[in-house]
Design a protein around this ligand. Structure first.
Ligand SMILES: Cc1cc2nc3c(=O)[nH]c(=O)nc-3n(C[C@H](O)[C@H](O)[C@H](O)COP(=O)(O)OP(=O)(O)OC[C@H]3O[C@@H](n4cnc5c(N)ncnc54)[C@H](O)[C@@H]3O)c2cc1C
Length: 448
C-alpha cells in the first residue's frame, strides 16, 4: 500500500504538534514540512528571555535530536507560494510542486507594521522570530539609544531586553498608561514605576509622527507633538496578525484568520489550518476570536494532526491562560480580564495591603510599594477571570476555579462585600471544594 502523504506548511508549534500526532497515529506515513525558517524547532515565547540574556540560545530548542530523528520528518526550507487545490499540490516559490493527500496550513502570525514604517529600513526591528532576536542582539550596543514603540507584552519585552543590554531606552506609549486593555490602573502604575526605576525613559501619550533617516539608516524620530529624539535603533510591536497571504492567494475562505470548523477543516476538502493563522467558526455559525497563544496553537495543531489521520475530534476552547514577566514581575492572566466595565461582572482586586474595594468600576487601591495583587472578575455564578501579579500562590487555584467553572454562588455575597475577609472566605471555599475533588498532588492550597 502507498503510504499517505501529509504535508505541513509552517514549522511553529502548531506544525510540530500536528506532525507528532500524525507520526504517532500512522507510523508509515510520509510527512513533509515546508518552512521559510531554517532553524530547529524553537520556543517563540522564549525569545524574550534570550533578548534579556536570561537564557542561552540553545535553551530555545524544544525537541531533542533523538526525538526529531524518531519523528522521521522530511523538512524543506522553502516558502510555499500558492496551493493548487484541484491537483492537490503545494507550489513553492520558484515553481516546484509537491503533492499531498492531506494538507495543514500552520503559517502563524506576524507583527503589524506601524504606520510610520510601512517597510523596514536599516536600524528598525520587530520581534517575530529567532532571526529578528538575533539581529536585535547584534545591533544593541551599550550606551547607544533605542526607541521602542507599542503598548503590549512584546514591546515591553523588547524594551527590557535592550535595557538589559545597557542601551539608553525610550519607550513610547500611545495612551496614558501601560497595557490598559488588560491591566487596571494600579497594575499599570506598578509596572511603569518599576520600569522607570530600572532606568527606562517612559513617554506617555506619545506617538511617532515620522522617522528621521540619515544615510539610509534610522537616526531618530519626530513625535506627534514636535519633539525630536535621536536614536540608533527603533523597534516596534503594535500587534500581530495572521499570515494569510498564502491562503488568500490560493482562494481559501478567510476572515481575520483562515476560517476552519471545530475539526480544524478549512473551506477546501482535506485542507486543515491550525494555530495563530486559524479562526474557528463555531457550530452555531459564529466566528471565534483569534487567540495567538502558544498553548492554543499546540492544542489545535495536535488536534488537526489527529483529524488528518482519521480522528473526528472537535476543538474545545480552554480558558485562556498566560504567564508573563512584566518589569521583572510574574503575572498570570486567566480567562476574561478586561477593564471591569462588562455588565453583570463584579470586579474585585486585592493589594498587598489587604485593602479591598468592590464594584464594577472601582478597584483596590494598593500601597505604594505593593507588587503582589490578585484581581478577580466575578460573573453571576462563577469567577470568569483573574489576574495574579507577583506572589503566584493563587495562580493555580484560580485557574482551576475558572476553567472548571465552579459555582461560587455560596460566597458571591461575601466576595461582593469587598472586605479583606473576602479572600479568606475564598480560600476556605477553595479548600472545601478541593477536598471534594479527586486528589491532585501538584495543586497548592493558597495560604493567606
Ligand atoms: C516574542 C514573542 C513572545 C511570545 N510570548 C508568548 C507567551 O508568553 N505566551 C504565549 O502563549 N504565546 C506567546 N507568543 C505567541 C506564540 O509564540 C504563538 O502563539 C505561537 O508560536 C503560534 O504558533 P504557530 O505554530 O501557530 O505559528 P508560528 O510559531 O508563527 O509558526 C509559523 C511558521 O510558518 C512559517 N511560514 C509562514 N508562512 C509560510 C509559507 N508561506 N511557507 C513556508 N513557511 C511559512 C513561519 O516562518 C513560521 O516558521 C509569543 C510570540 C512572540 C513572537
Amino acid at each position: 500500500m502507498i503510504p499517505p502523504r501529509y504535508v505541513v506548511i509552517g514549522s511553529g508549534i502548531a506544525g510540530l504538534a500536528a506532525a507528532e500526532a500524525m507520526r504517532q497515529r500512522v507510523p508509515g506515513a510520509q510527512i513533509t514540512m515546508f518552512s521559510d525558517e531554517p532553524h530547529p524547532f524553537y520556543s517563540r515565547p522564549g525569545l524574550a528571555y534570550l533578548l534579556r540574556g536570561d537564557i542561552p540560545e540553545k535553551q530555545l530548542w524544544i525537541r531533542r535530536p533523538e526525538d526529531l530523528a524518531a519523528l522521521r520528518l522530511q523538512r524543506v526550507h522553502a516558502l510555499v507560494d500558492t496551493i493548487d487545490f484541484l491537483r492537490r499540490e503545494v507550489v513553492l516559490l520558484g515553481g516546484h510542486r509537491f503533492r499531498y493527500n492531506r494538507l495543514l496550513i500552520a503559517t502563524g502570525a506576524q507583527a503589524v507594521p506601524p504606520p510610520f514604517l510601512p517597510s523596514p529600513i536599516p536600524g528598525t526591528f520587530k520581534l517575530d522570530s529567532l532571526d529578528d532576536a538575533r539581529s536585535l542582539l547584534q545591533s544593541a550596543r551599550r550606551g547607544e539609544t533605542a526607541i521602542v514603540v507599542g503598548g503590549g507584552i512584546t514591546a515591553l519585552e523588547i524594551a527590557e531586553g535592550l535595557l538589559a543590554r545597557k542601551m539608553n531606552v525610550h519607550y513610547f506609549l500611545r495612551g496614558d498608561r501601560y497595557w490598559s486593555d488588560v491591566l487596571d490602573e494600579v497594575e499599570s502604575q506598578i509596572v511603569m514605576g518599576r520600569l522607570i526605576h530600572e532606568g527606562l525613559n517612559l513617554h506617555l501619550n506619545t506617538q511617532v509622527k515620522q522617522l528621521i533617516v540619515a544615510k539610509g539608516q534610522v537616526a531618530g524620530v519626530e513625535t506627534q507633538d514636535g519633539a525630536m529624539i535621536p536614536c540608533q535603533l527603533l523597534a516596534a510591536a503594535i500587534g500581530v496578525r495572521p499570515r494569510l497571504e498564502l491562503a488568500k492567494k490560493s482562494g481559501l475562505a478567510v476572515d481575520r484568520g483562515i476560517i476552519v470548523n471545530p475539526q480544524m477543516q478549512t473551506s477546501v476538502a482535506d485542507v486543515y489550518a491550525a494555530g495563530d493563522v486559524a479562526q474557528i467558526r463555531e457550530s452555531d455559525g459564529k466566528l471565534g476570536s483569534l487567540d495567538v497563544l502558544w498553548p492554543t496553537a499546540l492544542n489545535q495543531g495536535r488536534l488537526a494532526g489527529e483529524n488528518m489521520t482519521g480522528a473526528k475530534r472537535s476543538f474545545v476552547k480552554k480558558t485562556p491562560f498566560n504567564v508573563t514577566q512584566l518589569a521583572g514581575l510574574k503575572v498570570t492572566i486567566i480567562g476574561a480580564v478586561g477593564d471591569g466595565k462588562t455588565k453583570d461582572l463584579v470586579a474585585i482586586a486585592r493589594g498587598d495591603s489587604e485593602s479591598w474595594r468592590m464594584g464594577v468600576q472601582s478597584w483596590a487601591v494598593s500601597e505604594r510599594d505593593d507588587v503582589n495583587r490578585v484581581r478577580l472578575m466575578v460573573g453571576e455564578t462563577t469567577i470568569v477571570g483573574a489576574l495574579v501579579m507577583g506572589d503566584q500562590t493563587w495562580s493555580q487555584p484560580l485557574q482551576r476555579l475558572i476553567s472548571e467553572q465552579v459555582d461560587v454562588t455560596p460566597i458571591r455575597e461575601a466576595l461582593s462585600k469587598g472586605s479583606a475577609s473576602a479572600l479568606t472566605r475564598l480560600a476556605q471555599f477553595y479548600q472545601q471544594w478541593e477536598q471534594r475533588q479527586p486528589k491532585r498532588s501538584t495543586i497548592e492550597t493558597p495560604r493567606i
